[in-house]
Design a protein around this ligand. Structure first.
Ligand SMILES: [Zn+2]
Length: 89
């Protein structure tokens, strides 16, 4: 969907410009964490996902394939369906 709607603009901007937008949106998500507004959080999550998809499209990365190949129902490190790795803080 992102490819259909935005690829013509994303491809002109290029990977570095699109990455910079993604970083800005991640920062805005961090700011939304400071509030207590679920609507603002949902809005920022949507923006982050959209910019990740745009960057993947520019680089011809199949995002769904990449995510499922690494995270299909189990932890990629320990291989368990309920991760048994040491917690990361
Ligand atoms: Zn694990």
């Amino acid at each position: 969907m992102m490819q259909q709607v935005y690829f013509h603009q994303d491809s002109r901007r290029g990977p570095h410009g699109t990455y910079n937008w993604l970083v800005d949106e991640v920062k805005e998500l961090g700011e939304a964490l400071e509030g207590n507004n679920i609507g603002a959080l949902e809005d920022e999550f949507a923006d982050v996902i959209a910019w990740v998809a745009s960057l993947a499209n520019i680089l011809d990365v199949d995002l769904e394939k990449a995510a499922l190949s690494k995270y299909r129902g189990k932890c990629p490190k320990c291989g368990e369906t309920t991760c048994q790795c040491a917690p990361v803080e």
